[in-house]
Design a binder for this molecule. Structure first.
Ligand SMILES: [Zn+2]
Ligand SMILES: [Zn+2]
Length: 506
């Protein structure tokens, strides 16, 4: 497999031969699709060239360029066998797309996309991949010995990954023989070798101290999961994904503000603001940081609908109640409440006692939540109707009382407030008030008549006895001497006096 094509004449001969005998490339399989150690696109292309006994740059120029569609890339590649920032091919770039579609056209394969980060363009920018080739010398040796095929995993291309998790040593970026950094596309490139001094980069053992920290492990875990799940996914996150996830979590976790949420996540408020507004996406480092704070991986963060149930917010603010109950417990709790034989409770009350939010209940069990809401509404409606009936009976009874009283006094006898009575039966209340007013009016008139009659009788008596009916004379015999404090009776006496005088004179 370590065949080099050093002479241009030879190269041209082989290419011509290749092109005349074949219209397609060998359909070789990328290594490890759907596993954490999936091969990178640029490793695959180098192996493809090797398999066809041509140099990588010649293959790109002569075989790939003709089927490419993007004019700029096509020109670059057909002239130089390479393009500007070729390392982006393993990540998320137009070059990735051009290479993927070229290879798929030429090999008929459909899985080349999984050798890049292209599907995860909703979560990451192009800064996801490293500028130079990196490798673990022990892995290279292991691939050679155990697989018989040498390849470079996509993990090695991810900028954030600095350590091999199998061997727990740092990934190498400089050739130990010539000290050079290596690009991903080169006419002399053979996977596992330095393209400048052509030396084999594998080693059978290492003196290095093991350096795999928890942080390294966590970073690796996150990316390995993405590589693993990719081929089984029907759709991938779009550019709104992070914004949507953050907005949803802010609500579900019941933060009071974006500022509070950003404090909880330990991120800058302005960064948070732009992520939520979908103006920017977090750097890979920040994204990992957020996932860690949420106690999950990046993939779980974007795919787990019930993530908020697992997030521990307790330590952040002691006053906040965060549910620790499982989804199964929540369901059984809601089911009990929905089908209870006793008095229905409101959804708010059910959730408060259950120790989870109404949003959690509604999102997870919309049907049960609706049932609780409906039962409670019906219960309230029935209670209202019953109460209305009870109060109607009381008010109608009040209306039959012989001696009406004020509404307030009448209701007091039954332990009711004016407000309650008016809420249920405003018309009956009005009737009671009017009835009382009418009664007072009649009573007042009756009293006036009685007193007037008394005054009249007294005045006639005095008159017949020849005594002038002065106030003091009347007051000597009248039942209530204070009566003349009232203007009405003073006027009445005056009128009486005038009629007596007329009679007297007549
Ligand atoms: Zn290794
Ligand atoms: Zn070298």
């Amino acid at each position: 497999m370590n065949l080099y094509i050093s002479s241009l004449t030879d190269e041209q001969r082989i290419v011509d031969n290749f092109l005349s005998t074949r219209t397609e490339l060998y359909n070789i399989e990328p290594i490890g699709i759907g596993t954490p150690y999936v091969e990178s696109l640029l490793s695959y292309i180098a192996r493809l060239a090797e398999k066809h006994n041509i140099s990588e740059t010649v293959m790109l120029k002569e075989v790939f360029a003709p089927v490419m569609e993007n004019e700029n890339i096509k020109n670059d590649v057909s002239q130089r066998g390479n393009t500007y920032r070729e390392y982006l091919a393993n990540g998320i770039s137009t070059f990735s797309l051009e290479l993927i579609s070229s290879i798929e056209k030429l090999t008929g394969r459909k899985d080349i996309q999984y050798t890049t980060m292209i599907n995860w363009g909703g979560l990451f920018n192009e800064n996801i991949v490293n500028r130079n080739r990196r490798w673990c010398p022990l892995c290279l040796e292991m691939f050679q010995q155990e697989l018989g095929i040498v390849y470079e995993p996509l993990l090695w291309a991810i900028s954030e990954i600095k350590v091999c998790d199998r061997h727990q040593i740092s990934l190498k970026e400089l050739c130990p023989y010539c000290g050079k950094k290596m690009s991903y596309i080169h006419r002399n490139l053979v996977v596992g070798h330095c393209q400048y001094c052509l030396k084999w980069l594998g080693e059978s053992n290492s003196n290095e101290n093991k350096i795999l920290s928890e942080e390294h492990k966590n970073i690796l875990k996150n990316y390995k999961q993405l590589f693993e799940v990719s081929p089984s996914l029907r759709s991938f996150p779009n550019k709104n994904c992070i914004s949507n996830v953050l907005q949803k979590l802010e609500k579900q976790l019941e933060f009071e503000s974006l500022l509070q949420f950003s404090k909880f996540l330990g991120v800058n408020y302005s960064g948070m603001f732009y992520w939520v507004k979908n103006k920017r996406i977090p750097s890979p480092e920040k994204l990992l940081h957020i996932a860690n704070k949420l106690n999950c991986t990046i993939y779980e963060m974007i795919s787990d609908e019930n993530l908020y149930l697992k997030v521990k917010v307790d330590g952040f603010d002691k006053s906040r109640k965060v549910s620790k109950i499982t989804i199964v417990e929540m369901e059984s709790y809601l089911r009990d409440a929905a089908y209870t034989k006793s008095t229905p409770k409101s959804l708010a009350e059910v959730c408060r006692v259950g120790g989870f939010s109404r949003t959690a209940a509604k999102n997870n069990f919309p049907h049960l939540s609706q049932l609780i809401l409906d039962n409670f509404a019906l219960h309230r409606k029935n209670s209202f109707i019953q109460r209305q009936k009870d109060i109607e009976i009381i008010l109608k009874k009040i209306l039959t009382h012989e001696r009406p009283k004020s509404l307030k006094k009448s209701l007091e006898d039954y332990g009711l407030s004016i407000r309650t009575a008016q809420k249920y039966h405003p018309k009956l209340c009005k009737k009671i008030i009017e009835r009382n007013q009418q009664y007072i009016k009649v009573e007042k008139e009756k009293r006036i008549k009685v007193i007037e009659n008394e005054i009249k009788t007294i005045m006639f008596d005095l008159h017949q006895k020849g005594i002038y009916p002065s106030f003091s004379q009347i007051n000597k015999v009248i039942s209530d001497p204070n009566i003349f404090m009232e203007r009405h009776f003073r006027t009445f006496r005056k009128e009486m006096l005038e009629s007596l005088v007329i009679k007297f004179e007549g």
